[in-house]
Design a protein around this ligand. Structure first.
Ligand code: C2O
Length: 353
């Protein structure tokens, strides 16, 4: 049986950590009164595709627009804390779906480590992007993508490293600053090597995760996640490099912030707080793009055909503050959803070990 949309009325307390349980509240704002049940979403008519560009290559005009949209979102947190379009509310979506706020079929709902990973995040970004566009009155606004599968994108995109701007996050691990090249395969330990070697290792690793280790859908998407039975096994890309990028950008768990607070990996290194770093949505832009790139390789690399996957549901508030249920089956083609990725070469395709 597929996973039904969580019922926002049954949302409960979440927890921050898996060790000592730290409670956290991240339920969505209540439904508007004219809704009894959450209706199904229909794609609005559109005239022009939103084109997501590589974050390292955008111009100043785009950076200004993007910062403006995020700052308007952040303003809502202060003026209307229960507005579902607010920055904190949007980050809370991730928390609610990952940190235990919903019980479905007798089990805690967790959209990671299974085949729900790709479709959940695709829908999440879809609405996030439309909300940002709405806040700056630009119906063609598109998120940037963190092009970490290309040597030019294997560092924090420079626009996120400008202190004082709204897409800067001071709770990031300082190791990501000033153009440091990242190790896409690292879960925390550091190897001493040259930048060039690191980049070439990263390309080899991309080849492995996209080609060698993911010849068929279940290996790419991750283990089945159905009602009452949730074995946790992530797909190749969810595991690496998706998780290492989170760990790299988040503070070390158990360390202390300058103000003395204990860190639980904030922001990027913990499900409950990941969405509080604007770079999260940029990171997931590329994760989402890898889904398209993987299908483009061909062979048996296609979407899953299981009904339990296709008919699984989530719900989100749209840019008009209305809640909608969405199905996995409706997010398989990004062009039909109204967006696409500006192409970038994929040099990892030639990095067969
Ligand atoms: Cu929902 Cu990158 O995590």
């Amino acid at each position: 049986t597929p996973i039904p949309s969580p019922d926002l009325k049954t949302c409960g307390r979440a927890t921050i950590s898996d060790g000592p349980l730290v409670p956290y509240t991240c339920c969505p704002p209540p439904m508007p009164t004219n809704f009894d049940t959450i209706p199904y979403y229909k794609f609005p008519s559109m005239t022009k595709l939103r084109i997501r560009s590589p974050a390292h290559a955008v111009d100043e005009e785009y950076i200004a627009k993007y910062n403006l949209a995020i700052s308007r979102m952040k303003d809502l947190d202060k003026t209307e804390p229960l507005n579902p379009l607010g920055f904190k509310q949007q980050a809370n979506i991730h928390c609610a779906y990952c940190n235990g706020a919903y019980i479905i079929g007798g089990k805690v709902l967790q959209v990671h480590n299974s085949w729900l990973f790709f479709p959940f995040h695709r829908w999440y970004l879809y609405f996030y992007e439309r909300i940002l566009g709405k806040l700056i009155d630009d119906p063609t606004f598109a998120l940037p993508y963190w092009n970490w599968d290309h040597p030019k994108g294997m560092r924090l995109p420079p626009m996120f490293d400008r202190e004082g701007t709204s897409i800067y996050d001071e709770r990031r691990n300082q190791q990501v600053r000033n153009g440091t090249v990242m190790d896409l395969g690292s879960f925390g330990d550091k190897v001493q090597t040259t930048q060039l070697q690191l980049m070439s290792n990263n390309l080899t690793l991309m080849y492995r995760q996209m080609v060698t280790n993911a010849p068929c859908p279940l290996l790419f998407f991750g283990a089945p996640y159905v009602l009452g039975n949730n074995v946790e096994a992530p797909g190749t890309i969810e595991n690496i490099p998706h998780i290492p990028v989170h760990i790299w950008a988040g503070t070390v768990r158990g360390s202390t912030f300058p103000n003395g607070d204990r860190s639980y990996g904030e922001d990027m290194g913990n499900f409950y707080s990941a969405g509080l770093d604007p770079v999260f949505y940029c990171h997931h832009g590329n994760v989402d793009r890898m889904w398209n790139e993987w299908k483009a390789i061909g062979g048996k690399r296609r979407d899953l055909s299981e009904k339990d996957w296709l008919n699984s549901e989530f719900f989100f508030y749209d840019e008009n503050k209305k809640p909608y249920r969405v199905k996995v089956r409706d997010c398989l083609d990004t062009k039909k959803m109204g967006y696409d990725y500006a192409p970038m070469p994929t040099p990892w395709r030639n990095f067969k070990p």
